[in-house]
Design a protein around this ligand. Structure first.
Ligand code: KMT
Ligand code: NI
Length: 179
């Protein structure tokens, strides 16, 4: 079961620490940001959602120190995931093993991050246009299924004034306002 809470915004160099401010969020508060959570006991249940939502492609990522050539490459990859970014497609992740943090920007208090701790069985859907970032927990391992509507679109668009003015970002903002 995903656990969502406001990130304490303190000491960001230690980004794998929990940073739990103590303010937890309910799933319907995540839904207001367009973030959808589902628990799937097994991959058959993931397949049902994939069929319903017409996700045609998938792959598996296994992120831990041993999956990179050296520590520098591992740190580089983590730094990339941790940079605030958006995508033009949904980001759909199903946690198979390990744990991870998906941080999404709050809409009402935009300097706040909402930290979502995922563990095995958790499926999280981030809507197109939401600013987010990812990091491991101190367990330093996640194996996750990445699902895609069509061809995998890898492009992460880092936060900038240019990204702010993209149609996907504007659409996202206007959808959030409707709540
Ligand atoms: C992303 O776009 O931030 C990611 O795909 C994170 C890695 S998935 C566990
Ligand atoms: Ni992303």
């Amino acid at each position: 079961m995903v656990k969502a809470y406001i990130h304490d915004n303190k000491n960001d160099s230690d980004y794998r620490a929990p940073h739990n401010s103590g303010t937890e969020l309910l799933l319907d508060e995540l839904a207001k940001l367009g973030v959808i959570y589902r628990y799937c006991a097994n991959e058959d249940e993931v397949n049902d959602i994939a069929r319903e939502r017409q996700y045609k492609n998938r792959d598996v990522v296994d992120i831990h120190k041993g999956s990179f050539k050296d520590k520098a490459q591992f740190n580089e990859k983590l730094a990339m995931f941790y940079k605030e970014h958006l995508h033009e497609d949904e980001e759909i992740r199903y946690c198979l093993e390990g744990t991870g943090y998906f941080d999404v920007r709050d809409a009402s208090t935009p300097e706040n991050w909402i930290r979502c701790l995922v563990e095995p069985g958790d499926l999280l859907i981030l809507p197109p246009g939401i600013y987010h970032r990812f990091t491991l927990t101190t367990s330093n391992h996640i194996k996750a299924l990445r699902l895609f509507k069509d061809e995998p679109k890898w492009q992460a668009i880092n936060r900038s004034t240019q990204a702010d003015s993209l149609p996907v970002r504007k659409d996202y903002i206007s959808q959030i306002r409707r709540y």
